[in-house]
Structure formats: C-alpha cells, structure tokens
Write a protein that binds this ligand. Structure first.
Ligand code: ADP
Length: 991
C-alpha cells in the first residue's frame, strides 16, 4: 500500500515536472525538433519547383539591384513563353520607379496572367505618432495586373530561427492577406480566390487541406465603417519542413541573367512553379533555419542563412507534398510521460543490488537513450513529433525522486535498526528490561579502582592506559587525585615493572603520583607501578599500568598485588574491546544531548556501526562465557541438530567441537552413554522431545560415559523458549540446551556407602552368623572332642574368611579412593608372570592342573605398578585354577598388541553363563552355582582386576562358554598417557 502511494506520488510529480517544464519552456521541444531535422538531413527537393535567382552572377552581369523593372518584365515574358505553371515574384514593388518601367512590368505581369506578387507587413509611424503595422503593398498597377498578392512574412522564434509561417496575416487596418505560398498554389491550380478557406484546425488551399497550429490570440477583422461585417482571423501557423540547409534547391535554381539570355531550356520551366527572388548575399533577405545552427559544420558559416525565396520554396514543398508535422495531443503526452516514469520506477526496483551506482545511472539515461531512436523513427517515417524533452525531463525527475525516496527509506530503516539495537543495548535503551542484558558486558566497565583499593588497603589507586602510540593517560582513579604530569616524567624515567617483586623494589614516594595532602598522609606513603597487558606474554593485548599508593607500614602481600593486577588487566581488556571508543562515545554523547538535532545518514551509519560493534562484543563475551563454563554445554535446534558445543562438552563426549556441531544430539548421547546394572532404560528421543517441546518440562537423568574411566554425569535438557510478553514458555521453542554436570565423585561416594552396607549386611554377616552359631553350641552343649575340633576349625576358617574379606574390601577401597596411589615403574612382564606362577603352581599341582606358558620373545618393558599387576594376574590365575576341573590345562599368554601388552589367561573350566558376564566385575558378585558352594571366594577379585586395569589406562575383557572354559584378557598400555595419569591423580586427590 505504502509502495503504491509512493509510486503514484513519484509518477505524478515527475510527469508534472516534465510536462510543465516543456510548457513553460517550449524552446526545449523546439531544440529537440531541430535536432531531429538536422539528423534526418537533406531530402530530395520537389522537382516542380524552380527558383530563378537574383544571384551574384546576375548582379555582376546586369549591374546593381534594383534593376530597371523592364528587365524583370523581359524575364517574365520569357517565363510565360516557356509556359511556367505559376510565377511567384518574391520581390517588393511598392515604390514607383520610372513610369515606363513600371508600366512595362505591369503589362508583362498582366500578359503572363499567372504572376503572384509580394506584399509585406511593415512598421510605420501613424499620423499621431503611434506605431502601426501596415501592408507594404505592390504598386496599384502591378497589384491589379497580378493574378494574386501573397505576403512573404515568416514567423521567427525567440532564437531568430524560422520554423513556421502564418498562412494568413492582417495589418492594423484589418486587411488580411494569404501567404504567398498559398496564393502561388491557388494560382497554379487555377482556382478562384475563394479556394483559400479557413476550416476548423486546417486551411483549405485548393485541393490541399493543410493542418495548422492554431495556438494564439484571434484577431477581429472588419471594415472600419461597417460594424456588422467582421471576420475572426485565427493564427494559422504552418510548421515548415525544410528539405535541407540553405542552397538545398541549388539543383533547380537558375540565374536570372541566364533567363534573360535565354540560356535556360524551356522544358526546365514548363509547367513549373517558378519562384523569382534574391539569393545574392549582398541583398540581405536571408533567414536562419533549424539547419543553420549546425555548430559542428564549419562550411555552414559562409551560407548559413537561407534566402527568403528558398523559404518560399520550402513552404511549397511542405504544402505540395503534404509534409505536415503532427504533434501529439496533450493527453497523449501526459500518458506517454507517465508511462516513462512508471518504466523508470519499475526498472529501478529491478536494478537494485550490486553495482547500484551504475544501475542508477542506467535508469536515468536509459529511457533517454531509447527515446531518441524512437523519436527519430517516428519523425522520419510519419512526421510525428514525440515530446522528447518532456519524457527525458520526466525520466530524470523520476529517477532523482526515486533516489530521494530510497534515501529517505534507508534513513528510516537505519533509524529502525538503531532503535532495535538500542533496546538490546543497556545504556542506549531506556527500557528497564534492556538493562539486564546490557549489564552482561557494559561498554563502560565498572571502575575497578575502589575494589583494588579495598583489597590491597591502598590509599590511592590509578589505572593508566597506553594507546597505540605508546602515550599514557589515566583511565580510572580512586582515593586521591592523580598527577597526570607524572606520566610524562615517568616515561623518560623508567619502565613499569613486570613482576610484583620488581615493582615493590622500584617503589617511589606516593606523592610523585598522587596529590596527597601532607597533613592527612604522612610522608612514608610509597607507590608502586605494575605493568598490565591483556595476557601475559601477549603483546597484542591492550597495555597499561596499575599504580597503587600504600602505607609503607602496611605493604600489600604479593598475592594481593597479583590479584589486583588481574582485576585491572581485565578492566583494561573489556574497555579496549568496547571500541570504537572515542568516536562512538562522543557521537553518542552528542546525540543524547541534541536529540532534536536532525541526523544524517552518515551519522546513523556511524552510530549503527558502533552499536553493531557492541553487539558483536557482547555476543562474543556471551560465547566466551559459555565456553568457559565448567559443565559440558550443548545447544541444539528443536529437532536435535547440535549448533553449539563448549570445549568441556567435547571432552566429555570424546568428540571435537567441530565434530559435534551439525551432528544429531540424540545419536551422540546414545553413542557415548553406557548402560549399567539396575539403571532405568534411557528414554527415547521421541519421549525426550515430547517432554521438552510439548510439556515444556526439563529432562534430567544420570548417565555414565566411558572414556578411560567411566564417569557419571547429570544430564539436564531443557527447551529454549521464545520470550513472548515476558513469559518465556509461551512462545515457540527455539532449541534445546543440554548440560552435563560431573557427579562422579558424589556417585562413587554413594556407591562406597552402598558397598559398605552390602559388605556389612550380607557378606560379613554370613561368616559371623556361622561363628556365632558354632560358638553358641560350644558354650551351651557338651560336644565330643572330634566334633569340637572340627567346630573350632570352622570358626577359624570363617574368621579367616571374614578377615580376608575385610582386607580385600579395604584394599579395593584404598585403590578406588586413591589412598593407595599408582606407583608406576618400568616392569618386565615375563619376570612378573614367572614369579606369580611360582606361587600358584603348587596349588595347581594339588588339583592336577597343568599351567602352560606362551610368552612372546623380547617383550618390551612397560610402565606399571608391579604390586598391583601381580595382584591382578594372581586373581585371574587363581580363578582359572579354582574353576577348572582336575587334570585340565590353564594357558598363560603374553604378547604385544599395537601399543598394548596383552595378558591372556585361558582355562577349560566350567565357564560363565552369558547373563552373568556383565556383572562378574562388580563387587561381591559371584555366579550363583551349586558346585561353587564350597569354592572359597569373596566376589571382589575381578572388581580389583577391573580397577587396576582402569587405573593403568587398560581394560579387562572376558569370553566364556559354559562347559568349555573362559578366556580373561588384560590389556595394559606400554606407555601411559600423561593426561590419563593426571586425570587419575586428580580424581584420586579429589577424593
Ligand atoms: P571370587 O572371590 O568369588 O573368585 P571373583 O570376583 O574373582 O570372586 O569372581 C567372581 C565370580 O566370577 C566368581 O564367583 C565366579 O563365579 C566367576 N568366575 C571368575 N573367574 C572364573 C573362571 N575362570 N571360570 C568360571 N567362573 C569364573
């Protein structure tokens, strides 16, 4: 709607400018028409028109003009002898000469019978001294002898160029005469005088109907003494079509002297329109035509004007050939210009985008360039004169107005952007809710000097900023006024200290820097200067100095000074980031003070750039803050495509940030997550999305992620709501935020508690109950000696089992809590295995079990804790012996596998049912088997092995088949990764 109004307004304004201008300044259209005529150039003159010229040759032969009129009489006789169709005598014979000559001419004219003589309007002074215009008519005898009298007046424009003639003119006495061209045609066509008639919009000349341009005032004609008889004389202007510049008729122009001497062949004159007139330059009678002003043609200067007789010839050419110019009616002109303006409007809308400048110029010049050939074609083909000037003016006006409109729209757009950004920007926006966002990273950070003063107990603090040129100026000051002049002196003096101890050693009297009042502050105040840079070792960051004035008796500690330095450096970094500092701030300050002042596009662009810079800084700050969070953080779209991942999330999931971005959130979670015993099954993505997006409730659960050691995390997911009317949950969900909080420590503490409970309530209780029962029997009843001995043996066995269980549990707990740290050292595995076998082989031999060794030769040493590895191998080997039937083999294998050492213990024992396999590494778990009832065990051996493997960065796996046997494989890295070690140590320390 607004666009349509703009379009109509622009078209109306440009059309009225274009059309109005050409009405007010018709010269523009005339100039365009002259150009068309000149471009068209010369055309073939009509063959039936012949000019008999009183030219230089005739004057040379016959003497100075005017000649005796008898000469003209002879000339006329020759012409009528040659049977010219009509003779137009473009010479004024209004003054009498000799009687005989005048008679001779009148007689010749009368004899010829087809001679038209000339009359001309002339300004005279009347009887009462008033200026009058009257006909300068031929002598009465000549006039009465002539077949017709025609006027030879033309209508020169303001510029003196003759473009038209009035077909009928009247003098101040109201006597009207037809133009000589009209009379000549009438006589040639042997018509009576009433054959010349005025019609509405045209003039009838014999058979020719001549359209005329009737603009101008009418003249009332009437006989002075006859009030009843009057006639209206409308201006009947005939636009002349010139065949070419002066001399265009040269091919059919003959010298008058040749005529007299009979040198012109009669058939060249027979049946022709013969026009007699002066062409000699000396005789004057020359007029300017549109052709005369071709400035580029140097030859034109000599004969740049056209003789009057040729203008007469051109008039005849216009009428006889019907070459009448057609101008468009006003409504059509308006319609055409409106169309052109519409074209400019539409094309400029299409031509936006890249290289707009060139396109704009094209829009402005394009219609003009298209206009010219069309106008030329219309003129040469149909003599239609298109309103070139109006159209071009309209197009240019439309293009300029469009530019104006666009600049207004751009200005309005900038205003809108500025106010949008200003709402988000605290100090700019006046709304209170905007301030909460603005507080995240204010472009003018809070002054840190009071805090530094409080922390360090200093009496005065100043932060100095160094600009790019190394010039220092104070940025913030607290306590006592800072002496700015001290900076200049210090610059030459010494450099600021980089380290705290250096600063303390270089301290100076505080009054060097601060204007201390001697009464309040005794002279033992010292001041130290610390060098600040954005980051240590990074010269690119903003630089500055921190100056602290303190009481020599209460010197701040090194730690305090280091802390103060960091606070000041952070202030400096934030402040420098809030650039463009000076330019932006001063513009803004000025703008706030002068809010009524009109603001140009340049100002708006500048303030917009400043606001944008702040927004960028702010979003960078928020992003950095999110990246620095200790919890893992993922942001995903509503359908689950990850768009942001902080480094912690990448570390937790074991995938780089880049790898995470763009991938599927639920896919990544299910890849990393580990199911474990007793846990609820993970909800499906569908369920999670339903809760997040439809119910708008957060999803929270604990998950285990296994990279090296398994770790526990609380996974929280919630929807990012659109803030509608201050209620966040109302709008559409914009995405999903996922956070991972590491709760491994809490989880393990809880598990340890549970383990103790399990140990005490189940594992310790069984042997205790047995001991208690037997001892009760022993105390209450008389038991035979053999039985008593067995019972004592049982008590001993059970209490040993109890002690072993407690020992094993404590060992395991020490290992898990880090109380027993890893003590890695270079270790030859074959030696360790041999030692273990030495201890266990007697046990195996008792059960007739053979142990086979398959050790790869030249195994490299590995970094590991020998005690723990020996314990792990012993546990595995003891199990293999324990769970094998007698007379079977146990194979111990050791080999290198990539970066790992593989120790494999293979037995041909009872095997483990598949449903038990996931649990055998958990504490206290024993496969429920009848045949194992007598097999001693605590269910902690494999848990121990698993913990040892994980502490070394390795792992333990099992393959087993009931009745066939089991293979336990322990993989240990030859070289332990530093990070893994560190991780282990920090985990241990944390506990
Ligand atoms: P225990 O002290 O009972 O041996 P472990 O943690 O070492 O405790 O083993 C847990 C359970 O795993 C055992 O009770 C046993 O049922 C099963 N198991 C361990 N090793 C083997 C093996 N080599 N063959 C069959 N079952 C085994």
């Amino acid at each position: 709607m607004r666009r349509a109004v703009w379009m109509i307004a622009i078209i109306l304004a440009s059309v009225s400018t274009g059309v109005g201008l050409s009405w007010r300044m018709p010269e523009l259209d005339l100039a365009a028409r002259d150009w068309l005529l000149r471009t068209r150039g010369k055309i073939e003159p009509p063959a039936e028109v012949v000019v008999v010229a009183i030219d230089e040759a005739s004057i040379a032969r016959l003497g100075r003009f005017p000649w005796p009129r008898a000469l003209m009489a002879r000339g006329l006789e020759r012409l009528s002898a040659a049977r010219a169709k009509v003779i137009a005598l473009d010479i004024l014979y209004s003054e009498p000469s000799t009687e005989a000559d005048d008679q001779a001419l009148a007689a010749a004219i009368a004899r010829a019978g087809n001679v038209v003589v000339a009359s001309q309007l002339m300004k005279t002074t009347g009887d009462k001294g008033e200026s009058r215009v009257v006909w300068l008519s031929p002598l009465p005898e000549i006039q009465s002898a002539a077949a017709g009298v025609g006027h030879v007046n033309v209508v020169p424009g303001h510029d003196g160029i003759v473009r038209a003639l009035l077909l009928r003119q009247a003098d101040d006495d109201g006597e009207a005469l037809w133009a000589m061209a009209a009379e000549t045609i009438r006589i040639a066509e042997r018509e009576k005088s009433d054959a010349l008639r005025e019609l509405p919009g045209a003039v009838q000349i014999g058979v020719h109907r001549v359209p005329i341009d009737g603009h101008g005032d009418e003249i009332i004609l009437g006989a002075q003494n006859d009030a009843a008889h009057f006639e209206r004389l409308r201006p009947a202007r005939l636009q002349l079509d010139y065949v070419g510049p002066g001399g265009a008729f040269a091919g059919q122009t003959y010298s008058f002297c040749d005529l007299l001497e009979g040198k012109i062949e009669e058939d060249k004159l027979r049946g022709k329109y013969v026009l007699i007139g002066a062409t000699a330059a000396a005789l004057g009678d020359r007029l300017a035509t549109p052709f005369a002003y071709d400035e580029n043609d140097p030859d034109l200067r000599s004969n740049e004007l056209t003789p009057g007789v040729e203008i007469l010839a051109n008039s005849l050419h216009t009428i006889l050939r019907g070459r009448f110019y057609q101008e468009l009616p006003d409504w059509l002109v308006i319609a055409l210009t409106a169309l052109a303006a519409l074209g400019v409007y539409l094309s400029s809308a299409l031509l936006q985008g890249r290289r707009e400048g060139i396109k704009q110029v094209a829009v402005m010049t394009g219609p003009a360039l298209i206009m010219w050939p069309i106008a030329y074609f219309a003129f040469t083909q149909w003599l239609i004169i298109l309103p070139i000037a109006s159209i071009i003016t309209t197009c240019v006006t439309a293009a300029l107005l469009l530019l104006l409109q666009r600049s207004l729209m751009v200005g309005a757009g900038l205003d809108a952007r500025i106010s949008e950004l200003a709402v988000l920007d605290g100090p700019l926006g006046r709304s209170s809710e905007a301030l909460s966002f603005g507080a995240i990273s204010s472009p003018v950070p809070n002054d840190p000097t009071p805090v530094i003063a409080r922390l360090s107990g200093a009496h005065a603090v100043a932060v100095i900023v160094c600009d790019r040129n190394g010039v220092r100026h104070p940025a913030a000051c607290h306590g006592v006024a800072f002496r700015a002049e001290s900076l200049k002196r210090r610059m030459l003096d010494q450099e600021a200290a980089h380290s705290v101890s250096q600063a303390l050693s270089q301290d100076q009297p505080a009054s060097d820097y601060f204007e201390f009042n001697q009464v309040d502050h005794p002279a033992n105040h010292r001041a130290l200067t610390l060098w600040l840079s954005g980051r240590r070792g990074n010269d690119e960051g903003p630089a500055g100095e921190l100056i602290i004035a303190y009481d020599a008796a209460a010197r701040p500690t090194n730690e305090t000074l280091m802390l103060c330095r960091e606070i000041a450096a952070s202030y400096l970094a934030t402040d420098a980031n809030a650039a463009p500092r000076d330019a932006g701030r001063s513009v803004w300050r000025r703008a706030r003070r002068l809010s009524w002042w009109p603001r140009g596009a340049a100002w708006k662009a500048q303030i917009l750039a400043w606001l944008q810079q702040r927004m960028i800084m702010r979003s960078l700050f928020v992003e950095r803050a999110l990246r620095s969070i200790e919890d893992g953080l993922l942001i995903a779209t509503a359908e689950g495509c990850i768009t942001f991942a902080n480094p912690r999330a990448a570390a937790i999931l074991g995938i780089s940030e880049r790898g995470l971005i763009g991938s599927d959130l639920f896919g990544r979670l299910s890849e990393s997550e580990q199911s474990h015993r007793g846990a609820d099954p993970a909800p499906t993505p569908h369920e999670i999305l339903f809760r997040l997006l439809v119910e708008r409730s957060p999803v929270e659960r604990e998950i285990t992620i296994h990279h090296g050691r398994p770790r526990r995390y609380v996974l929280r997911m919630s929807a990012v709501g659109q803030d509608l009317h201050g209620i966040e949950a109302q709008g559409a969900a914009l995405g999903i935020v996922v956070s991972f909080s590491d709760v491994t420590r809490q989880y393990e503490l809880q598990r340890a508690k549970n383990d103790v409970m399990a140990l005490v309530s189940h594992e310790l209780r069984t042997p205790l109950t047995a001991i208690q029962g037997i001892s009760e029997v022993l105390t209450k009843y008389e038991v035979e000696p053999q039985r008593r001995y067995e019972m004592h043996l049982a008590i001993n066995d059970e209490s040993k089992r109890l002690a072993r269980m407690i020992d094993e549990y404590l060992d395991l707990t020490r290992l898990e809590t880090g109380a027993r740290p890893l003590r890695p050292e270079p270790l030859r595995i074959v030696q360790l295995l041999e030692r273990t076998l030495l201890l266990l082989e007697p046990v195996a031999a008792q059960r007739e079990i053979r142990i086979a060794r398959r050790f790869a030769p030249n195994l490299p040493a590995l970094m590991a804790d020998p005690d723990l590895i020996a314990r792990a191998v012993t546990n595995l080997l003891a199990n293999a012996i324990k769970f094998s039937a007698p007379q079977h083999d146990v194979i111990v294998e050791a080999a290198a596998e990539n970066d790992f050492l593989r120790i494999e213990i293979k037995d041909q024992g009872c095997g483990i049912p598949p449903e038990a396999i996931p649990f055998i590494f958990e504490k206290f778990y024993r496969v429920p088997r009848l045949e194992d009832a007598d097999t001693p065990g605590t269910g902690m051996g494999l848990a121990f092995v698993r913990d040892i493997a994980q502490l070394h960065g390795g792992r333990i796996t099992v393959e087993s088949e009931v009745g066939v046997g089991s293979v336990f494989t322990l993989r240990l890295p030859f070289v332990q990764e530093q990070s893994e070690n560190q991780d282990v140590e920090t985990t241990c320390l944390n506990r």
